[in-house]
Design a protein around this ligand. Structure first.
Ligand SMILES: [Zn+2]
Length: 297
């Protein structure tokens, strides 16, 4: 029976713990899974600096011997009049992505203002790998745990560099090897408003742990990477298109090829149309049919 006495009893018996657990549970389910728990992020201080030591781990036991120690993931994240679009990009799976398609259309107008919109909405490349947290000074409770770590091209370049060193006096290492690999010192600074990882580096090669039994436990506790890019992590083409239209506040994007064709050669009309969204990865300015038209005008 719910009563005041009951309420008081709860107050004395650690109700806060129960509440916190509930909140954790709710947060986890609202994200579809317990992502917040599985993924590790280095924390930075107020000035944007952060540091931690991690070890990249081999492909997880659960994914099978053929799999790689990382997966690649493209995603979109931007805000339009109708809200935010934060979704994985279907090109990750080699499929058509409605967001990228809109970006291509905009990019091909050749108009600088449109290109800037595309730049802000293009797909972003991330990698996901399992890491063993050697030292997380801001959150020592993470030390010795295995988590997923999402990172960008800069860190991936450091990994490939370690595997293929540029100078003869440097020995190639496999950073994902638990015996002959090396710990990675993550050093984050804020440079011109962005998080910068340039100072990050691999330490000298060393076994992750001295005991093979412990290493086996680490390996077996790794989280599946193939699950991170499984179908359930993606909206369908149609669902993503619907979301895109909602975010843009246009059920039918105005800057279609047809409108542009109709407007040619008076291409200035295009500049007045509402900004549409999305992404083209390449930044190269290849001359499109429409930018040629613009020059002729
Ligand atoms: Zn896309």
């Amino acid at each position: 029976m719910s009563s005041f006495a009951n309420l008081k009893r709860q107050s004395q018996s650690g109700n806060l713990d129960k509440l916190s657990a509930k909140i954790k549970e709710l947060n986890a389910s609202s994200e579809g899974s317990d992502k917040s728990e599985k993924f590790w992020r280095p924390e930075v201080d107020k000035s944007g600096n952060g540091m931690a030591t991690i070890r990249f781990l081999p492909a997880p036991a659960v994914d099978g011997e053929e799999s790689l120690p990382w997966v690649k993931l493209f995603s979109h994240g931007f805000q339009g009049p109708g809200g935010w679009l934060i979704d994985n990009c279907l090109t990750t799976k080699g499929q058509q992505c409605p967001v990228c398609e809109e970006n291509n259309k905009l990019w091909n107008t050749g108009i600088e203002a449109n290109k800037n919109i595309v730049r802000s909405r293009k797909r972003k490349l991330n990698y996901i790998a399992n890491v063993y947290i050697v030292s997380d000074p801001k959150h020592p409770e993470n030390d010795g745990t295995v988590k997923l770590f999402k990172f960008g091209k800069k860190i991936f370049d450091k990994i490939t560099e370690a595997m293929n060193p540029q100078f003869e006096d440097e020995k190639a290492i496999n950073p994902f090897d638990m015996w002959t690999g090396a710990n990675f010192k993550l050093k984050i600074r804020k440079v011109e408003g962005f998080q910068n990882y340039d100072k990050s580096e691999f330490e000298s090669p060393s076994p992750l742990l001295s005991d093979d039994g412990e290493l086996e436990k680490v390996w077996k506790s790794e989280i599946s990477l193939t699950e991170q890019v499984a179908d359930k992590e993606f909206k369908s083409y149609d669902a993503l298109k619907t979301r895109l239209e909602k975010v843009l506040g246009t059920s039918a994007p105005k800057t279609t090829v047809e409108t542009i064709k109709a407007a040619a050669p008076k291409l200035k009309v295009v500049e007045q149309t509402e900004a549409v969204v999305s992404s083209t990865e390449e930044e190269d300015d290849d001359m499109s049919y429409f930018s040629k038209l613009a020059e002729e005008e």
